[in-house]
Design a protein around this ligand. Structure first.
Ligand code: SF4
Ligand code: SF4
Length: 291
């Protein structure tokens, strides 16, 4: 199922540049982007993973997490492969960071958008969620599927790191009924140096999502990354500057991928989250289980 890629341009005389995320990879012939999902073949961008689904399940919508959009319903959920960022504590690392550069068939199943939407409608769920790894990396497929979903009366949900350039971001959000966006740190340096992302891009994504669809935000408390009350105060303050009505989910991490530090305890979690209360109308605090 070939699909022409969008969001790239030719540069110099023998390279192309990807315009999807702020990394802006410049690719010589035969090379793959940092995400390992988009590459240069014959001076064109190729999408070998268009329609390649890593995971599929029916989840409570609260698991996304979304608490204020179709509450009590289930959502037909799919994930893809790879990610635009590289969080060392990635909770979905098996599908976000497989060692399968450019492999058109890393596993799972391949579905045309039409077949996917049929499956989602057959499930009886009122919505489809693009979730698990990073859906915006597969913007062309998600756009195609969202357009079909909209036409068939199926609501659309995007669960994303928000690290995508403004043009594709606004197109995706324009077809989206609800989004949950990660805000992983208040620090541009942490985003750049530790997570492989860009804070200002994520903030702009959050501003656009607040304008274009229902929005909830998630901040995962990770020791060594996001573990201080003043950081949560900055995050709460930024969200309040967009809208005090954005629900914030503060969630607890568990050791995964390359981050082996034990999770924060219940008391520490409450203390770190505390400054955000009072800045926003709604905060959902998921306390870790007691050890
Ligand atoms: S989407 Fe992938 S190829 Fe494109 S700029 Fe980002 S990391 Fe590079
Ligand atoms: S943005 Fe999400 S999927 Fe991507 S590396 Fe970070 S935690 Fe993993």
């Amino acid at each position: 199922m070939p699909r022409e890629a969008e969001y790239w341009k030719p540069v110099e005389h023998d390279k192309i540049q990807c315009l999807l995320c702020p990394r802006g990879c410049v690719l010589a012939e035969g090379r793959w982007g940092i995400c390992k999902a988009r590459g240069n073949k014959n001076l064109s961008m190729v999408l070998p993973l268009y329609g390649q689904i890593s995971s599929m399940a029916i989840d409570p919508v609260e698991k996304k997490p979304l608490r204020h959009f179709l509450p009590g319903s289930h959502t037909f959920s799919i994930g893809f492969w790879h990610c635009t960022m590289r969080c060392p504590f990635c909770q979905n690392w098996e599908i976000a960071h497989p060692d399968t550069e450019g492999d058109p068939d890393p596993g799972g199943l391949r579905l045309e958008p039409e077949a996917l939407i049929h499956k989602a409608l057959d499930s009886g769920c009122p919505s489809i969620s693009f979730t698990y790894s990073e859906p915006c990396l597969h913007a062309e497929y998600v756009l195609d599927a969202m357009e079909l979903a909209r036409r068939r009366g199926l609501r659309t949900i995007l669960v994303t790191n928000g690290c995508i350039n403004p043009e594709p971001a606004r197109r995706l959000l324009g077809l989206c009924d609800a989004a949950n966006v990660d805000l992983k740190s208040d620090s541009a340096e942490t985003y750049r140096e530790k997570l492989g992302g860009d804070l200002e891009t994520v903030k702009n994504f959050i501003r656009a999502a607040a304008e274009l669809c229902h929005l909830e935000v998630t901040s995962l408390l990770v020791p060594g990354i996001l573990d201080r009350p003043e950081q949560m105060e900055a995050i709460g303050g930024f969200l309040a500057s967009v809208s005090k009505r954005i629900p914030l989910h503060i969630t607890a991490y568990h050791p995964a991928y390359r981050w082996r530090t034990p999770g924060l305890g219940r008391q520490a979690t409450e203390a770190i989250a505390k400054p955000a209360f009072g800045l926003l109308d709604t905060i959902h605090l998921a306390l870790p289980f007691p050890y």
